[in-house]
Design a protein. Structure first.
Length: 161
């Protein structure tokens, strides 16, 4: 954004900017990262701004925090179009797109109540294989149940903190 339509959000010195989040999913990203506002981190959330790529998008800026590979995988599940910008000294030093993992282990719960991974006495961790990138869809490796993007977002947003 430029000119008169510029955002009134300060640049960050060190940290992470998550851009190109589908509109309305910034709060799910914050929940995945366990950010509640109580951590003392400076966080900026911009929602439903215009985007040439997506029509509308959300942006999350986190001062003083880098993300783990596991966090990036979870963000990819709720925001597969997201880009991650690593900022040092007020400059973007690394920019990368999130990538959907081919296999998810112990991140989602199978929605099938009869799946072996839902049995309390079975030491089997939930495992899913990617079957579609758009829309995001994974299939349980044990029972074959397919989990859709909306349910993935719901699970990840609900399970965190």
């Amino acid at each position: 954004m430029s000119g008169e339509e510029g955002l009134l959000v300060r640049r960050i010195r060190e940290g992470t900017v998550i851009d190109h989040i589908p509109a309305g999913r910034a709060l799910a990203v914050l929940r995945i990262l366990g950010i509640t506002g109580q951590e003392g981190l400076r966080v900026a959330v911009v929602m439903n701004v215009e985007s040439r790529k997506l029509g509308r998008k959300d942006i999350v800026k986190i001062e003083g925090r880098l993300l783990s590979p596991e966090e990036l995988n979870k963000i990819a599940l709720v925001a597969p179009t997201a880009t991650i910008n690593i900022v040092k000294g007020y400059h973007v030093v690394e920019k990368k797109k999130v990538e959907l993992p081919e296999v998810l282990e112990n991140i989602l719960r199978c929605p099938n109540p009869t799946c072996i991974t839902r049995k309390p006495r079975e030491p089997v961790k939930p495992r899913f294989r990617l079957i579609s990138r758009r829309p995001v869809r994974y299939q349980c490796a044990y029972c074959g149940t397919i989990i859709e993007e909306s349910e993935i977002v719901e699970q990840l947003a609900a399970w965190q903190r």
